[in-house]
Design a protein around this ligand. Sequence first.
Ligand SMILES: [Zn+2]
Length: 385
Amino acid sequence: MDRRALLKSLLLGSLFAELTDEAEAKRHPVILRIRYSSTEARTRIVLDCTHTVLRKSIKEKFKRNILWLDLNGVGAVRKLKRYLKSPLVKEVEVIPISYRRTKVKIVFKEPHRFKIFGLKSCGRRPFRIVIDVFPEFVTTECKVRKTPQRVVVIDPGHGGKDPGAVWPVRSKHPKIEEKWITLSIGLKVRKYLKKNPDIKVVMTRTRDVYVPLLKRAEIAAKSCADAFVSIHADSMPRYPQWSGVTVFKASPRLFAKAENTAKAVAKNVRLCNDVMCWSISPLLINLATTVTFAESSKLAEAIVQSLKAHVNDELINGIKDMYRNILVLKTPGRPAVLIESGFMTNPLDRKRLVKDWYQDEIAKGIAQGIERYIQSLNTVAMVEE
Ligand SMILES: [Zn+2]
């Protein structure tokens, strides 16, 4: 080979090497960005990639609330990090190890279930690696009751980053926030119920903290609650004349659909709403919902009757069926009511709701109603024996 040929081959060789590198790089998928969406029921993390990533090239490892993905043959544009506004996931980090190997670190808030899959590129959308994170199921069974007492769960609505209804409406710096009213009334209810040795009180929160709905339902399920009482304050900006206390119970209609599904398939079904899922047998769902509706009505009735002794009659709106999809009212087997203790959009209610004496009267009414209901449970149990 003469010098010219050698030079030529060297040049060509290097050129060829460069070309193959580029082609290689083009064929190798590269992670471009992290995106996500989040609801109470699911957090979806999406990694946009330049090319298809095979599932077998993703190895996963879950340790101490961290899900590690080791992606072989996959690069990343650079180190990427995102903090998530999600009830399930704290942060996601894409760490390039080499240009053909990348690690992804996903930090969960608690151990959760997850699913990893790919979505083919379609139109302008590139190939996507999707990591769905779901909360653990809330089971309907409670662990064996540890105490001979009846368990009552008091659930002061909202808290922490969720202020609930505010006054003035839509204000960034409101003078009144629902979360404080509900907490104050809730703690007072506890104070009164604690005097009764037959009742054990469990609170979903005792401070200004955010408790996800799922967690509240879980507290009710785990503590084998005999009654679940959620406390709120209403807001109806379009109807400032509306006022007074309203006690809500779940409408049987809410359950009808799920029950039919369970009957149709005649085996365990997963019952899901926007926030959670239960695995439940048709027999159990039938039993649980029938008992729950009858018992919830009794509980609501007892609370309304007692409230009448403490708050002016005309301020009691009575019992209403809740058609909205309120999770806490739908925990199977757990009699539950939701109390709207007044309307923050009504000038008179608003004045009363922030007053200690008024909160106290409402709390007394609620507590006595619960006691009445619990007493009726104990009486029935004795007759059965
Ligand atoms: Zn509320």
